[in-house]
Ligand binder design. Sequence first.
Ligand SMILES: NC(=O)c1ccc[n+]([C@@H]2O[C@H](COP(=O)([O-])OP(=O)(O)OC[C@H]3O[C@@H](n4cnc5c(N)ncnc54)[C@H](OP(=O)(O)O)[C@@H]3O)[C@@H](O)[C@H]2O)c1
Length: 264
Amino acid sequence: MNSYEKITIIGAGNVSWHLASALDESGCSVVQVYSRSAERAQNLAHRLKRTKPTTSLDFADSSATLFILAVSDDAIAAVARQIELPERSTLVHTSGGQPMQVLSEAKTDQIGVFYPLQTFSKQRTISFQNIPLCLEASRSEVLGGLTQLAQKLSTQVAEVDSQQRAVLHVAATFVNNFTNHLLRMGEQLLQDAQLDTTLLRPLIEETVAKAQEMGAAQSQTGPARRDDEKTINHHLNYLKSYDSVYAEVYQLLTGHIQHVFKNN
Ligand SMILES: NC(=O)c1ccc[n+]([C@@H]2O[C@H](COP(=O)([O-])OP(=O)(O)OC[C@H]3O[C@@H](n4cnc5c(N)ncnc54)[C@H](OP(=O)(O)O)[C@@H]3O)[C@@H](O)[C@H]2O)c1
């Protein structure tokens, strides 16, 4: 099994920010952080114990054995091609939406994925302890090393292949990205009507708590669930004069809820 005690992080964005700190605190040594911007690399390195910032992708002389690519999905393949690695080192990415093979042109055959299934923003503090870490590797000894490392950070570690991860990522996009966008649309409606957006907070909290406890299918309420056509039309009339895109989103979701509950 490979051992990953010295690690280099490529990228200084949201995931690097949190993952580098979690690795540092777990006793691993983050030896280098890379960004195209010297300032961003420095800002991240300053948060860590003994980390060198760098703007070079030449790591041929690095003491690290694991290189974590936490860059935008569209940049992974190009950076993997470009990066110079020490012998027998491992290269992984952190993306839910990209297969492991996006690293196939890297100068190592020890590749893998270290996907934390959570939403990260620099401004937030987040504990890795309960974040599912979804792992994949090109070799069993790499998977063993990644598993040992992941278990230092989290109690939820799972082997997930590229196909399964693609499904997880679509589902994560629904439950996080789209839900967040709907929250924003709700806030906007209130703001534009000069209403206090905090009025929605208890409802938002209960929505998530109830779906977690009872299951989302059992938790559905509202005019679409009840087939209350008069209320639905009332809402649609308001939205059509407010913003036609809001009306389209409303209609699409209402139609799907009605379809799902048609025979229930
Ligand atoms: N944010 C999340 O919630 C989340 C959750 C799980 C997984 N992920 C995955 O983690 C990865 C990083 O996401 P993120 O949210 O941390 O992204 P981010 O905050 O947007 O940061 C992206 C990083 O990629 C670097 N980058 C972009 N293009 C590059 C290029 N051509 N060459 C070198 N570096 C480049 C940027 O570097 P510079 O500093 O040089 O501009 C920046 O440091 C992605 O694969 C994403 O799918 C994200």
